[in-house]
Design a protein around this ligand. Structure first.
Ligand code: CP3
Length: 342
């Protein structure tokens, strides 16, 4: 069966466009909070195939999105690399900050044994999802994952990783290459387990200057995509370089991604230009979803008007925030699927 999301990734224009939302499983849903309370910690939830399958399915049951995204986190990779990742309530993720010596000592040996519960979740999901619903796998881009590994915590601008990269370029390059290779293999495993497509999240691409964007955001993602294509030529890949701005222009050609995820700051004129070269995904401001009402409707309509006549996957420009009322998500989906004639 050719699922709608895959048809758009192949270049088709669908009206209405398929829709899914980043962070569609999460704290804005009471049923998520309940399952998470049973799981113990957030990471225990990620590594429990039964419960991770359940929370992936929750937004599908409630809203009937066109795609489910595997419930996991980009930081399972550093966790599998033994960086002691923890998610502390209210403080975001923390891990042991990495230095030059610990980069040399990184050992990718047992990464796949560690991640096997996540791959079991993918297999389970494919048997439980409705047939028309696409399944998306994902991982973090090397740069974004490295920023957390260097700082050991969330920061507003990833200054620690930017500084580290200038001071220790060789070690940093080694870290990015290792992450690219492990992550590419991980995505191939997700595709083999039943994912229809995969998304590479480069959430912190936007803090890089132009040469650094080329070296740290473009090159490692291009390397990953080349590896994935060499193993699985038909693999469908979405890349989301958040905050890339005008550097988005050459990103698809340079990385080889099928579809480009756009954040909400990308002007619709630029989005239109990018859509001439292939499918795009995005880019409603998550705060419009939180605000609801006419603010939400106007944002949806503007995107559909400008981008609805080309290959589009409707999404937010970043993840749903926990304060969102579930009825706003219902309203968004209804608006995308049954937009009043204008
Ligand atoms: O989109 C989905 O519904 C799938 C699941 C998913 C999660 N994280 C679950 C999660 C995905 C695709 C991610 C990706 C992720 N994780 C990114 C890239 C996308 C982005 O948001 O920029 C990043 C940078 C992370 C790292 C991360 N995980 C941070 C910084 C935090 C803390 C901030 C926060 O929102 O809580 C997390 C925790 C996290 N990942 C939660 C969820 C549902 C909240 C944990 C909880 O239940 O308390």
């Amino acid at each position: 069966m050719r699922r709608n999301l895959v048809r758009v990734l192949d270049g088709e224009t669908l009206s209405p466009p398929p829709i899914w939302l980043m962070r569609q499983a999460g704290r804005y849903l009471p049923e998520y909070l309940e399952t998470r309370a049973h799981a113990g910690s957030f990471l225990q939830l990620c590594y429990n195939p039964e419960l991770a399958t359940e929370v992936t399915l929750q937004p599908i049951r409630r809203f009937g999105f066109d795609a489910a995204i595997l419930f996991s986190d980009i930081l399972v990779i550093p966790d599998a690399l033994k960086r002691n990742v923890r998610f502390n309530e209210g403080h975001g993720p923390v891990m042991d900050p990495i230095d030059e010596d610990s980069i040399k000592a990184l050992d990718a040996e047992n990464v796949f044994a560690h991640l096997s519960p996540v791959l079991q979740t993918v297999e389970k999901l494919r048997t439980k999802l409705p047939a028309p619903t696409a399944l998306l796998g994902f991982c973090g881009a090397p740069w974004t994952v490295a920023t957390y590994m260097v700082a050991g915590r969330a920061t507003p601008d990833q200054a620690p990783a930017r500084l580290f990269a200038y001071r220790y370029p060789k070690a940093f390059e080694h870290l990015l290459l290792l992450l690219a290779d492990v992550s590419a293999e991980y995505l191939v495993a997700q595709l083999d387990a039943g994912a229809d497509a995969v998304q590479i999240f480069d959430s912190w691409a936007g803090v890089l200057g132009e040469p650094e964007f080329e070296a740290y955001a473009v090159k490692p993602v291009a390397r990953m995509i080349e590896f994935i294509r060499s193993r699985r030529p038909s693999a469908k890949i979405i890349a989301f370089p958040k905050g890339a701005g005008c550097l988005l222009k050459d990103y698809r050609r340079k990385t080889g991604a099928h579809a480009i995820g756009l954040d909400w700051t990308v002007p619709l004129d630029l989005a239109c230009e990018l859509q001439k070269d292939g499918p795009i995904q995005g880019n409603l401001d998550p705060m419009r979803l939180a605000a609801g009402g006419n603010t939400l409707d106007e944002g949806v309509d503007a995107i559909l008007q400008r981008l609805g006549n080309g290959p589009l996957i409707f999404n937010l420009g970043h993840g749903i925030i926990p304060q969102v009322a579930p009825e706003n998500v219902r309203r968004l989906i209804d608006r995308v699927r049954n937009r009043p004639e204008s």
